[in-house]
Design a protein around this ligand. Structure first.
Ligand code: SAH
Length: 459
């Protein structure tokens, strides 16, 4: 992010525009929505600009340094590159922030595309990379944000002190959510602003009478990383959470979806890396749920696959805290999808194994004979460091060194890597990977497999 978005208080701020034509007018239109003190300097002015006197001050000559005293923003909007550069230099000298219209490199700030439902204002910026996209997003938002939003927000703002009678957190949020989602729009439609005020009073009285919410824990599957692989339910619950307790494998893009006020707690669990003791995770979940919070326990992939889910649900049962599990996409599914393969196939494998290469005691024991059988498909979790052990056991139980194996690192993420190999080369290839990886034993990427088949036909 090269440009940092902020909302600037323009009450009584001085803004100076160098220019008097169409380009200056375009900037002026937006600035007129604020309370800024606006001055334009140019040898002549378009009639639409003249019409805004005395709200704006017009200086009938080119901009000079003395015009910029105390200016917070300066727009160079003459349309003449040399003149704009001169104005920009003067602006900077005076300590103001400068925008040279249509010249990103020469500007200190950009004016974003705006959806105005004041006091709700949505600013859209693409850092100059895609103005067309910004306009598209704006058009979309114009459609989805009702025109009444501004009125409801204005009335709601006046009611904030009253709403503080509700305890901060879940209860106050539930009140506001009901106001903006249903009660507010309905009252406005039925009886205008007066009715909205009455509706707010009634709504507050009802929420004050309601029993305090019971804390609970949702075990939410975050999937392998791509936020688009979240279920709708997961998305909704992350959106509402007061507290999010997450593992290290949950991707940053997914954590971004939580509310900014949500308490985010990393319990950094990953394979051999440093991790929070399980008892501490239990303590955190119980503590926050007991204060009435909606806790989301966010786990990578599917929460029920190698996620120590039962230990956590048992702890909640003992503490008599309500919980539910939201299923999701496990990394083996994502890895198989990325290589265009099915995890089961008629005539090849009627069963599929999800195994872990290590458990609490060390390397995990498996039914190696079954895993080594021709056509067997196994997804190995947490298998990078145990790759040599897995390879040794499989060869010992009769697997061919030519058995296809595919490693999928960072499945579904932007930096996903697919490494097709064979059992003979598995340890070397696994050692080269840095991120989380699934080992698919018995599967080659579809394209590779087809080319093997073609080679065989040719022989
Ligand atoms: N519950 C998770 C698994 C947790 S165990 C799931 O259903 O996927 C952690 C292991 O999962 C890692 O060691 C790695 O083998 C695998 N894993 C998790 N995220 C992954 C990803 N994006 N790509 C590949 N493997 C991943």
């Amino acid at each position: 992010m090269q440009h940092y978005p902020v909302f600037l208080d323009m009450t009584q701020a001085r803004v100076v525009i160098g220019g008097g034509g169409e380009i200056a007018l375009a900037k002026l239109r937006l600035l007129l929505k604020t309370d800024a003190k606006i001055t334009l300097c140019a040898p002549g002015f378009a009639p639409e600009i003249e019409a805004h006197r005395p709200r704006v001050t017009l200086v009938r000559r080119p901009l000079l340094g003395c015009d910029l005293h105390g200016a917070r923003l300066v727009y160079a909007a003459t349309g003449d590159a040399t003149e704009d550069a001169r104005i920009a230099a003067l602006g900077r000298k005076s300590g103001a922030l400068v925008n040279v219209v249509d010249n990103l490199d020469a500007s200190d700030f950009l004016t974003p595309a705006i959806v105005d439902r004041a006091p709700v204002v949505v600013a859209i910026g693409t850092e100059g990379a895609a103005p067309v996209l910004a306009r598209k997003i704006k058009a979309h938002l114009e459609e989805v944000l009702p025109a009444s939003l501004g009125i409801l927000t204005r009335i709601g703002k006046g009611f904030r002190a009253m709403a503080e009678h509700l305890p901060q957190g879940t209860r106050r949020r539930a009140f506001w959510a009901e106001y903006y989602d249903t009660a507010g729009p309905r009252a406005l439609e039925q009886g205008g602003e007066k009715q909205v005020e009455q509706a707010l009073d009634a709504l507050l009285a009802r929420h004050l009478r309601a029993a305090p919410p019971e804390g609970h824990v949702d075990f939410v599957s975050a999937g392998p990383g791509d936020p688009e692989l979240l279920t709708l339910k997961a998305r909704k619950l992350i959106d509402r959470a007061d507290v999010v307790i997450y593992d290290r494998l949950v991707s940053p893009e997914i954590l971004e979806l939580a509310r900014r006020e949500a308490v985010m707690i990393s319990v950094g669990k990953e394979g051999f890396g440093p991790s929070t003791p399980q008892s501490e995770i239990h303590r955190l979940m119980i503590h926050h749920a007991q204060t009435g919070a909606h806790v989301v326990r966010l786990k990578g992939g599917d929460a029920s696959v190698f996620g120590r889910l039962d230990e956590e649900t048992d702890a909640l049962d003992t503490a008599r805290i309500r919980w539910q599990v939201i299923p999701g996409v496990t990394s083996a599914s994502s890895a198989a999808a990325s290589i265009g393969q099915s995890l089961t196939r008629r005539g090849r494998n009627q069963s599929l194994r999800l195994v872990t290469a290590h458990d609490m005691q060390g390397y995990a024991d498996q039914d190696w004979r079954a895993l080594a059988a021709p056509g067997a498909i196994t997804a190995v979790y947490m298998g990078k460091r145990a790759a040599r052990f897995v390879q040794g056991r499989l060869l010992m139980h009769g697997a061919s060194p030519e058995t296809p194996v595919t490693l999928v690192e960072n499945a579904s993420r932007a930096d996903q890597q697919i490494v097709p190999t064979t059992l003979a080369h598995l340890p070397r290839q696994a050692a080269a990977l840095a991120g989380p990886a699934i080992i698919l034993l018995g599967l080659a990427p579809r394209a590779t497999e087809q080319s093997f088949e073609l080679q065989e036909q040719a022989l």
